[in-house]
Design a protein around this ligand. Structure first.
Ligand code: ADP
Ligand code: MG
Length: 616
């Protein structure tokens, strides 16, 4: 049928059209051409790979990838452009023990179907000096001849999408495309530190890595020293897989998971479950909505990995995915636990945000690639001379009797038998010096370290862990007079759903007419000082945490109770009270951050203090 309703005979599509359609799956955009060509160079066991991109009039005009890999014989060079021509597998079974990046034999054919491709290649072991030069335009071989060439392969792609105008029109801006290319290459540089990569844009170098056996060298090269310092090494030999690479300390986080790079047997993959597993390993060490940085290579039995899921080969199917994800999560958590995660007071807490290309173009020649990371100081920068009035709060306000009692009450709720609990090895014993501004506790640690503790964050952490330890239903405390709360119909609907989850945590709520609720009991841990206000707050907090969907109801409720119950910033504490907070904090499982991921303490080492005072 045609649009005008008339009958039309069925025809088999000619090979050129078939190739163009197939090409759409592999070469969606210029960046995918770069990816395929560079992957071919990697498969050809190149030591050095050079990528040249040029542009005119806001679009990419040429892509050239040069490698010193194994090259091709004249016959193979021509065959390489045929659809489904590959040297990497011979039968389906080979897919299950795959070590190469390519295997579908589609890339060169697809690229040549929608562009002009010039390939010059010479096989490594070939005798004589001659290489082969081939020109294929829109899938048709235009030229094949012998030529002088160095060993390796050089592929030049011009006039991309010249015969598929629709695809050309849908290209995003030049900067977006360049950013994608950068992203792909960064990923490949990190997956193959033993290969030297160089990226040139309009003849200016954009990215360069040296051949190295140390991944950390490549990371430093790409992201800079500061960044590399925030990474912790990972090396785990587990029954089901081997994990190696680096994960970030919580101080280095991002607002998306763009820098969680996971490779499986040398192939970069996207896997929601593995990314989630890494994030889960951080538990509450990261603020909500923040993601860690991770460069991890997993080695596992090739039989557990099926890469033949999608033409771009980025997705894999894993047998035993659940076990793999769990091992990954536990490994990450274990490493974070055993490292001293008290942020250093002299390192600014930075947010490394990958600048989107639209905001800041990859300007040719703007030197350092690391400069593309904006450094935002989001707190704890270098200490500026504080305003005098602020420093004088040093216990200048005497705690009132009532205030002391209420603080005592709250501290009692979280009293942990410090002696019995395993004191987290990495937090040193601390002796309180005083309190500043009703917010920060100053403490001295051995070796002349100064530690500053955020009392609210610290107490929140203590509450949180305490709540997680108790079986809470038994700990509900009936209110003498139930509190009535009214909610809008929408909020009421959300609250209704949460009633069972709240009950488990000791908050007993009942429906009370339309859109009204009765609060009958609150967790004993909250004490009896809770009025209408705190319940209202708690409920609206719960309503407003929709963004935190990945968290379980229990986790959300626990965090809110901890936050609401902990002593507030601005609460003046006595010396004893401060010391109790500090001692309790030391006994925590994860003492370094509050449940939302803010730091509980910052330290200044003796060496740093000396340096700041010019004593070194
Ligand atoms: P695949 O990589 O899936 O095998 P391609 O279309 O990308 O398919 O490449 C087809 C074949 O061409 C490869 O299997 C390989 O033998 C050869 N080839 C492509 N690029 C190179 C290169 N840079 N160096 C050596 N051989 C290459
Ligand atoms: Mg390939």
């Amino acid at each position: 049928m045609t649009q005008d309703g008339n009958y039309k005979t069925i025809q088999i599509l000619d090979p050129a059209t078939v190739n163009q359609i197939a090409a759409g799956e592999v070469v969606e955009r210029p960046a995918s051409v770069v990816k395929e060509l560079v992957e071919n160079a990697i498969d050809a066991s190149a030591n050095t790979i050079r990528i040249d991109i040029t542009s005119v009039q806001g679009g990419i005009s040429t892509i050239r990838v040069t490698d010193d890999g194994c090259g091709m014989s004249p016959a193979d060079a021509e065959l390489a452009f045929a659809p489904h021509a590959t040297s990497k597998i011979t039968k389906l079974d080979d897919l299950f023990s795959l070590h190469s990046l390519g295997f579908r034999g589609e890339a060169l054919a697809s690229i040549a179907a929608v562009a002009k491709v010039t390939l010059v290649t010479k096989a490594r072991s070939s005798t004589g000096t001659a290489g082969t030069r081939l020109v294929v335009i829109g899938g048709i071989l235009h030229e094949k001849r012998a030529t002088g060439a160095p060993e390796g392969t050089n592929v030049l792609v011009e006039e991309l999408f010249f015969n598929t105008p629709a695809r050309k029109k849908f290209q995003k801006s030049l900067n977006t495309e360049l950013a994608r290319i950068h992203g792909i290459l960064e990923g490949l540089c990190l997956a193959y530190p033993s290969i030297s990569f160089r990226l040139f844009y309009n003849n200016r170098e954009q990215l360069a890595t040296e051949r190295t056996s140390q991944l950390l060298n490549t990371i430093t090269r790409i992201f800079g020293n500061e960044y590399a310092r925030e990474l912790l090494p990972v090396s785990a030999d587990l029954p089901i897989l081997r994990i190696s690479g680096y994960i970030s300390r919580p101080a280095l986080s991002r607002k998306d998971h763009g820098q969680i790079l996971v490779s499986i047997n040398g192939r970069y993959i996207t896997s929601t479950s593995l990314t989630a597993a890494i994030r889960e390993g951080y538990r509450s060490l990261l603020p909500r909505g923040r993601f860690p940085v991770a460069f991890l290579s997993l080695s596992l039995d090739t039989h557990l990995v099926d890469v033949n899921v999608h033409p771009t080969k980025k997705e894999v199917r894993l047998t035993k995915e659940k076990e793999i994800a769990e091992s990954l999560r536990d490994t990450v958590f274990g490493i974070l636990r055993h490292n001293n995660l008290i942020p250093d007071g002299t390192i600014s807490r930075q947010e490394h945000t990958f600048t989107e290309a639209s905001e800041s173009p990859v300007v040719p020649g703007v030197a350092e690639t690391s400069s593309r990371y904006e450094v935002k100081i989001s707190g704890f920068g270098k200490i500026a001379a504080p305003a005098v009035s602020e420093t004088h709060h040093f216990l200048s306000t005497e705690p009132t009797h009532a205030g002391t009692l209420s603080t005592d009450h709250r501290l009692r709720q979280t009293e942990v038998p410090v002696m019995d609990s395993p004191v987290s090895g990495s937090v040193p014993p601390m002796e309180v010096i005083g309190q500043v501004g009703g917010i920060y506790i100053l403490a001295a640690a051995p070796d002349g370290e100064l530690i500053i503790i955020d009392q609210h964050a610290a107490h929140e952490r203590i509450f949180y862990e305490k709540i997680r330890r108790i079986v809470s239903t038994k700990n509900a405390q009936e209110l003498l007079i139930p509190i009535v709360i009214h909610r809008s119909p929408k909020d009421a609907a959300i609250l209704r759903d949460l009633i069972p989850a709240l009950a488990k945590e000791g908050i007993i709520i009942e429906e009370f007419g339309s859109d009204a609720f009765l609060v009958r009991a609150v967790p004993a841990i909250m004490g009896k000082c809770e009025g209408q206000e705190i319940i209202d707050d708690l409920v609206s907090d719960l309503m407003n945490t929709d963004l935190e969907r990945p968290l379980s109801d229990r986790e959300r409720i626990t965090r809110i109770i901890a936050c609401r119950s902990a002593i507030k910033a601005g609460t003046v504490c006595t010396y004893e009270q401060s010391q109790r907070i500090v001692n309790q904090l030391r006994a925590m499982h994860t003492p370094f951050t509050c449940p939302h991921g803010r730091p509980t303490m910052i330290r200044f080492t003796r060496a740093k203090l000396d340096e700041m005072f010019g004593r070194t």
